[in-house]
Design a protein around this ligand. Structure first.
Ligand code: ATP
Length: 387
């Protein structure tokens, strides 16, 4: 549900706006002056902010400036009373999305909010495009398993075969999926990622297949699901082992027929999507325990890629550490720190239950806390042994 922040010192205006917008299906938070508004704005994320211009303490313009500094992506609509229209125009020049006049005209208000939300989606879509334009991170490692994974990627990427990637958390499953997409004929189209474990089971179907307006209480407008967004490209279903039974059935149908139906809709929509799935679970065990459908398992696992844990390929640790030192020091804008041989040996022997993600965090910690050269003592002090 979209959340709006209304900042106005006039209680009556806040009350009216809240009533109207709640009725329209928005979730509303109120603030009675710019200061309170700014506090809420910093604490939570909002889809749109409505802000009065004339207020005590921090006024609308000052709020705008500070809010834009904090998060330029949230559209702010100014509410202007008599005599503040010029200020409202100025506010728009300074980054406000638009303004509406008091007393607010209902239609104009709703349209402005809707447009603002749409712009917001565009902004995030452009960002994800930009992210896509940046190069996929190198896959570091010369160990036998990594070499084999790289060879497999070369072979399977150009086909449309579905791939199941298995391995513990933080081993690089997502990176493997990105490389497969990058080297496929679909690379110019989107790679859309869904983390099935992060989405509540009652929302997963709408997330994957979209919904029609009004199909359930919070479905205030039509929404395009991830399958449609990934059309022509790749859909990466991460943590597939956590998907609900009913979503599994629908995904199976989408894979069998290449068609989906939005939640609450009737129309069948053709989708051309290559699915790559990943899981840290033993899916066959999930099948035996009846948590996962065998037919879906077979559909997803034409090619299996297992990414071994870092503890099983310790030879890759030095080159990973070296790359992370490079990246982190350049992010911090400092000369690259070096690492003593003995310190590297300690890192090679450490128990990396958190895999590569943990290794990167540890290297970042060492960069921050150590002097020019990371010593064995640094590793001893800052990388605590696991019991
Ligand atoms: N071979 C590699 N070379 C360089 N960086 C890597 C490599 N493998 C993984 N990483 C980095 O380690 C981090 C974790 O990798 P990734 O997110 O791909 O793991 P994952 O297995 O998908 O984790 P999860 O199961 O928790 O989603 C990322 O920042 C990734 O870029």
């Amino acid at each position: 549900m979209a959340t709006l922040l209304i900042i106005d010192d006039e209680r009556a205006i806040r009350k009216t706006l809240t009533e109207i917008l709640t009725f329209e299906g928005y979730k509303i938070e109120e603030a009675s002056d710019g200061e309170e508004g700014l506090k809420k704005f910093s604490e939570k994320s909002f889809d749109v902010v409505l802000c009065d211009i004339k207020m005590p303490k921090i006024d609308g313009l000052e709020f705008l400036q500070k809010a834009v500094d904090k998060n330029p992506d949230v559209p702010i609509i100014m509410i202007s009373g008599h005599g503040t229209i010029e200020t409202a125009v100025e506010a728009v020049k300074k980054g406000a999305y638009d303004f509406i006049q008091k007393p607010p005209d209902l239609n104009r208000l709703l349209i402005t909010i809707r447009n603002a939300m749409e712009r917001n989606t565009l902004v995030s879509e452009t960002k994800s495009l930009r992210r896509r334009a940046t190069k996929v991170q190198d896959m570091i490692g010369e160990s036998e398993p990594i070499k084999k994974i790289k060879e497999t990627i070369e072979k399977v990427a150009p086909t449309d075969a579905r791939i199941l990637i298995t391995g513990e958390n933080g081993v690089g499953k997502e990176l493997v999926a990105r490389w497969i997409h990058e080297k496929s004929n679909r690379a110019d189209n989107p790679l859309v990622e869904v983390n099935c474990a992060a989405i509540p089971s009652e929302l997963i179907e709408s997330e994957l297949f979209g919904h029609e307006k009004g199909s359930f209480t919070s479905a205030i407008k039509q929404r395009i699901g991830k399958f449609e967004q990934a059309n022509g490209g790749t859909l990466f279903l991460d943590e597939i082992g956590d998907m609900s039974h009913s979503a599994q059935a629908k995904v199976l149908r989408a894979l069998q027929e290449g068609k989906i139906t939005r939640v609450g809709g009737e129309k069948e929509i053709n989708v051309d999507v290559r699915v790559i799935a990943a899981t840290n679970k033993n899916l066959m065990k999930e099948v035996e325990e009846k948590n996962f459908r065998l037919d879906l398992y077979h559909r997803l696992s034409v090619i299996l890629i297992h990414v071994p844990s870092l503890n099983e390929r310790r030879d890759d640790i030095p080159s990973l550490v070296d790359r992370f030192l490079d990246d982190i020091c350049s992010d911090y804008g400092i000369p690259k720190k070096s690492i003593a041989d003995e310190a590297m040996t300690s890192l090679k022997e450490y128990d990396w239950t958190g895999n590569i993600r943990e290794l990167r965090n540890v290297v970042e910690r060492l960069v921050i806390l150590s002097n020019k050269t990371i010593t064995k003592e640094d590793v001893k002090s800052y990388v605590l042994p696991k019991s």
